[in-house]
Design a protein around this ligand. Structure first.
Ligand SMILES: Nc1nc2c(ncn2[C@@H]2O[C@H](COP(=O)(O)OP(=O)(O)OP(=O)(O)O)[C@@H](O)[C@H]2O)c(=O)[nH]1
Ligand SMILES: [Mg+2]
Length: 226
């Protein structure tokens, strides 16, 4: 009976913690990106390719969320960057408190980028601000080009859509141009990168996007200060 007020309270509390986190990330100039998609769209694989390609002295860390297992962190720890698993124990999204708790023993001044892999879910994570600078939505070519219209919330809040598994395009009835057009119906300014982690296509473009997003973040910060 009290579901709606209780949800509102939880979201307000989350917004408060997220605002504090955002302030800390800005203070220490840490770009935080929040990767969101359906289960299995390729978030961890994209992160594996990203960490593999980064110079070893890159100041990057990863938090990866999952309902139950440590599998994704185990996959990502191989690349020698700081990685932590957040096991939500059944909750279908990460929240700001979980981020706060899991970065508690990391030194933010020693980081430039924090990448958060959210729990695989196209709905719940979109309501929870984590203090990130940008949300990024992944859509794989096996999911159907209508998904931006069916799950508009996350597409409207994301700056970038990574269209994943493009190596499968010859084998599935999926119209990539229609998917991108649908995403831009929901969010006209949506940026798009087409990636195949299997074939390696688009990975350079994705890395460039991340690099340029950090530059933009720093320039926005300097305008705030100046
Ligand atoms: N063909 C193809 N398969 C891919 C690609 N990227 C990922 N996969 C496969 O897709 C499956 C799921 O990939 P993950 O990276 O674990 O997906 P995820 O989004 O992290 O999954 P959750 O964390 O469970 O939500 C794995 O079997 C990957 O090998 C790709 O570019 N091409
Ligand atoms: Mg994963």
């Amino acid at each position: 009976m009290n579901r709606v007020p209780m949800e509102g309270k939880v979201l307000n509390e989350n917004a408060r913690v997220a605002a504090e986190l955002r302030e800390r990330f800005r203070e220490h100039q840490v770009l935080v990106v929040n990767l969101i998609s359906s289960p299995g769209s390729g978030k961890t694989t994209l992160l594996e390719k990203t960490l593999e390609a980064l110079p070893k002295d890159t100041r990057v860390a990863v938090l990866t969320g999952d309902l139950q297992t440590e599998n994704d962190a185990d996959r990502l720890k191989r690349y020698s960057f700081p990685v932590k698993q957040i096991v939500t124990g059944g909750t279908c999204h990460l929240d700001a408190r979980m981020i706060e708790k899991h970065i508690a023993d990391w030194s933010l001044p020693e980081l430039d980028v924090l990448i958060v892999e959210n729990v695989g879910n196209l709905v719940c994570p979109s309501s929870y601000d984590l203090g990130e600078s940008a949300k990024i939505v992944l859509l794989s070519v096996t999911e159907g080009e209508d998904k931006p219209l069916k799950y508009p919330s996350i597409f409207s809040k994301s700056e970038l859509m990574v269209l994943t598994k493009t190596d499968l395009l010859p084998y599935v009835p999926f119209n990539a141009d229609a998917a991108i057009a649908n995403a831009r119906r929901v969010h006209p300014a949506m940026e798009v990168v087409r990636v195949s982690c299997l074939a390696g296509n688009g990975l350079r473009e994705w890395m460039t996007w991340l690099e340029q997003r950090r530059e933009r973040f720093l320039s926005e910060l300097s305008q705030l200060v100046g």
